[in-house]
Design a binder for this molecule. Structure first.
Ligand code: DGY
Length: 323
């Protein structure tokens, strides 16, 4: 019997590519370039399984390509707002993701950005590299305390809860959260977390606001000029969720006018293209979507995709079905 044909749209850590190649007829993207819409369409026609990532757009007009062979999209990542899930379902394509294995590494990056933004880490690094540091003095680069401050989390899933744990137990932070339904009482009690009734309540009372909601139409520009104006002028915004949750232009204006003290961003609207307005601001720390970028996490993500493909091609229910 011919082997199942699998395509990885981007390179994965070698160890997990090797395991995959033992089991399937795998095609790799040898120069690791981002696929065009036409390349993804062609992939859907030639492979039984296509394994995309966050940087591959799969809207309806791609998923509806004729003569499809693809039966499963094994997404390498937990977020799937780049895939039109309703169309995938309608086209009979199973979609899986990789929840759980990137929780700690992504929460670590959110905490890194919070610290960088509060303590002006990126700005200090730039000053030294530009040979502009003239020495210690009592008023140099004064910043904001993290320990004991209030952290407001928008979304309270795995990654938000992991960040809350680090912030509360590591930095003595008070935790506020916004979630449509109350969180597990044991988690809330452990973190001494308080659920806010509205986004306004959370924004008005937080020293740091960290975004952990999914991307997509429902959360697009949730953080807009109006909501930014509700934040304390001393507060910092952290985004490791999805770029389009924040209206970039509104955030740039708020940072420029010091209506927002600072921001730490790992994700961007239209990434990898960054709004040029961010690049000239000192009070924003910018990372290139590093949330899950540890070797162990990326191997674990690949193994999750593999486990889902194994289940699917042996006729079992997939583990992490999103469609
Ligand atoms: C995900 O898994 O959705 C992340 O954004 C990739 O780091």
């Amino acid at each position: 019997m011919s082997k199942v044909k699998v395509l990885l749209t981007r390179r994965w850590p070698a160890a997990v590519e090797a395991t995959l190649m033992q089991r399937y007829e795998v095609t790799l993207n040898s120069d690791d370039h981002p696929f065009s819409a036409d390349e993804i369409r062609t992939a859907l026609q030639y492979y039984d399984a296509v394994c995309p990532t966050v940087c591959d757009a799969l809207p309806a007009d791609v998923l509806q390509v004729s003569n499809k062979r693809c039966k499963i999209l094994g997404n390498f990542g937990v977020g799937y707002n780049h895939i039109d899930i309703a169309t995938a379902k309608a086209e009979g394509i199973v979609v899986t993701n990789t929840p759980g294995v990137l929780t700690q590494s992504t929460a670590d990056i959110a905490m890194t950005l919070l610290l960088m933004s509060a303590r002006r880490g990126a700005e200090g690094d730039r000053m030294i590299r530009a040979n502009q540091w003239t020495g210690w003095c009592p008023t140099h680069m004064l910043s904001t305390d993290v320990t004991g401050a209030t952290l407001g989390l928008i979304g309270f899933g795995r990654i938000a809860q992991a960040m809350a744990h680090k912030a509360h137990f590591g930095f003595g932070m008070r935790i506020l959260y916004l979630k449509p339904t109350p969180a597990d009482p044991a988690t809330v009690a452990q973190l001494q977390a308080t659920r806010c009734d509205s986004i306004a309540e959370l924004l008005e009372n937080s020293d740091f606001v960290s975004l952990h909601c999914p991307g997509g139409a429902e959360t697009k520009h949730l953080i807009n000029a109006e909501n930014l104006a509700l934040m304390k002028p001393t507060a910092h915004l952290i985004n490791t969720a999805r770029g389009d949750v924040v209206d970039s232009q509104a955030l740039i204006t708020a940072l420029h006018n010091r209506q927002s003290a600072g921001a730490g961003l790992d994700v961007y609207e239209g990434e990898p293209n960054i709004h040029p307005g961010f690049l000239t601001l000192d009070n924003v720390a910018l990372l290139p979507h590093l949330g899950s970028a540890t070797l162990n996490t990326r191997i674990a993500m690949g193994e999750k995709v593999l486990a889902n493909l194994e289940a699917f091609f042996s006729g079992k229910e997939v583990i992490d079905r999103v469609a």
